[in-house]
Design a protein around this ligand. Structure first.
Ligand code: ZN
Length: 297
């Protein structure tokens, strides 16, 4: 996608990253959420993950979820996959595309994924083999700072991306796992990686939307967001919620053509707003997204 494109690609991660941070909800609630997101116009949905249900009970039964959703031909359903076995299940479940995670911070990788960077690269190579030509997006965690080592490990990021691209990774998403990014840090990282990446921003310190806005100005056109701003990681203390889908769509809707910034998300904000109450009921508390809370302007 060219940097001057006005089309935005928003990948909704609420059914995976969002619900993973909550107490487990029913399969029915997960299916309802995924269907509502597709109906609201989201064309990319991270619907499930194929991790161990013992480690992450919130994501149990991914194949059942995929069987039960009202599958749309024009929606790409993404599944998070940790290893070869997970990739086999993902292919069986008919996932369109696969996300894998690896950390830009080696200490974080070892503490949270229990693998060295090299071991993770090997596992991703295995997954790509099984994925058999499906798109594989590598989500690089802690690119903007690590809870273990502090400032952004930018030096190692391009090297890691080159290594992974060599293994067949098709796209990259840079994640601010614990909400350490600021616009200046986003700019610094983009100077090294270029803008043909996705951003996965967390709002731990209230900077997700301002980081997104700055990145859009710098040409980034792909974002991960979660309905209601849910999220965080059960493995990353203090991860905080994801950038809310409502919040980004609301901002872009009002950007208008005169700003020459993209406002073409193809997403119906009213439909998103209508999906919020069901989600809040399923998780048993209100949604942190400001737009979900206060409504659009
Ligand atoms: Zn996230």
């Amino acid at each position: 996608m060219s940097p001057t494109s006005t089309a935005m690609q928003i990948r909704e991660v609420g059914p995976r990253d969002g619900l993973q941070a909550e107490e487990p909800v029913t399969i029915e609630a997960r299916v309802t959420l995924i269907n509502a997101l597709a109906a609201a116009g989201l064309k990319h949905i991270e619907a499930v993950s194929f991790v161990s249900p013992k480690a992450v009970p919130q994501m149990a039964e991914p194949s059942v979820v995929m069987d039960q959703i009202d599958r749309q031909a024009d929606v790409t359903y993404w599944g998070l996959v940790p290893n070869r076995r997970g990739a086999e299940f993902a292919v069986e479940a008919g996932m369109d595309a696969i996300t894998v995670t690896i950390s830009a911070c080696p200490v974080y990788n070892e503490k949270n994924i229990n693998r060295t960077i090299d071991e993770s690269v090997e596992a991703i190579g295995d997954i790509i083999e099984v994925a058999d030509g499906r798109p594989v997006d590598a989500v690089l965690s802690c690119v903007f700072g690590s809870p273990y080592t502090g400032d952004e490990p930018t030096a190692s990021t391009p090297e890691l991306m080159t290594q992974l691209a060599g293994r067949g990774v098709t796209t990259f998403t840079l994640a601010d796992t614990t909400g350490m990014a600021t616009p200046q840090r986003v700019e610094r990282v983009l100077e090294i990686t270029g803008s043909d990446i996705g951003l996965h921003l967390h709002n731990t310190r209230g900077t997700a939307l301002v980081n997104a806005w700055h990145a859009i100005g710098l040409g980034v056109r792909r974002f991960d967001t979660a309905l209601g701003g849910l999220g965080g990681s059960p493995f990353a203390k203090g991860a905080g919620g994801n950038l809310g889908t409502e919040d980004l769509v609301h901002l872009l809707n009002d950007a208008g053509n005169e700003t020459a910034l993209p406002n073409d998300t193809g997403i119906d904000l009213d439909a998103l707003m209508n999906a919020g109450p069901d989600l809040a009921e399923a998780i048993g508390h209100s949604l942190p997204s400001p737009v979900a809370t206060h409504g659009p302007r």
